[in-house]
Write a protein that binds this ligand. Structure first.
Ligand code: ADP
Ligand code: MG
Length: 239
């Protein structure tokens, strides 16, 4: 996939709560974007709409200039990790990572090869026989990302993926993700409230407030912005 285009996308929950207003946004492949904004600004709603797990109320959303079709949605090419993504507690890390491929009916030999490949990439090879509760939060997050990567997705949407991971481990996970992004040719969207995540993992930042886009800026432009709302988001770690 090369582009996702949202035109005048509006989301109203239960006929009364306006979560997004007239969102116009084009996302290109090889140009990772970050969505940043305070709590309640509509980040998760926008992420879900892009990942096609939530319907919008008005407007249009196109994948490569066409309405996304059901075959595509079922193909496993979209990887969406929500705010509270968890591993299956009763499965080993190996079986957790293998899960999306098992659903696709891929042969055991191929699954085995790919699990070992991504486990090595995410530096969790020695953890494959363990269960989630036998590894740290940061290692669990690496396993969640490995489970996403194994599908070879052409669209990745991550919603606040570093919550609950502390300093050093968070830095390690971010570094790994950043390295993978260097060669990733699909579309990547990360939601965060931390400007440092956005600086490291995106080329363009969408600033959201109260359901509307304040501005969309390239990384090199953000420190030049004179918009006070953007300055606040850039300087403070908004919660
Ligand atoms: P963020 O991720 O930036 O915190 P959300 O997208 O979760 O923002 O929420 C945007 C707005 O929509 C908020 O006012 C929130 O209360 C509301 N909202 C989110 N999900 C629902 C829902 N399922 N039903 C009703 N209102 C919702
Ligand atoms: Mg959210």
């Amino acid at each position: 996939m090369k582009t996702i285009k949202l035109t005048n996308v509006t989301k109203i929950y239960h006929n009364e709560i306006v979560a997004l207003k007239n969102i116009n946004l084009t996302i290109n492949n090889k140009e990772p974007i970050a969505i940043i904004g305070p709590s309640g600004s509509g980040k998760t709603t926008l992420a879900k709409i892009i990942a096609q797990v939530l319907d919008y109320t008005e407007g249009t959303l196109l994948f490569d200039d066409e309405l996304p079709n059901q075959d595509y949605l079922k193909s496993g090419k979209i990887a969406y990790i929500d705010e509270s993504a968890r591993l299956f507690p009763h499965l080993t890390i190996f079986d957790n990572i293998a899960y999306p491929l098992k659903l696709q009916g891929i042969s055991f030999k191929e699954i085995n090869r790919r699990v070992l490949e991504v486990a090595s990439l995410f530096d969790i090879s020695i953890l494959l026989t363990r269960k989630p509760k036998q590894i740290s939060k940061g290692q669990q997050q690496l396993a969640i990302l490995a489970k996403m990567w194994i599908k070879y997705p052409s669209l990745i949407v991550l919603d606040e993926p570093f919550q609950g991971i502390d300093g050093k481990k968070k830095a390690d996970v971010k570094k790994l993700l950043s390295k993978l992004l260097d060669t990733y040719s699909g579309i990547f969207v990360i939601v965060t409230h931390d400007i440092n995540d956005a600086l490291m993992l995106s080329k363009k930042i969408v600033f959201l407030n109260d359901g509307a886009i304040i501005d969309i800026l390239k990384i090199e432009e953000i420190f030049k912005s004179t918009n006070p709302e953007i300055k606040k988001l850039v300087l403070g770690d908004v919660k």
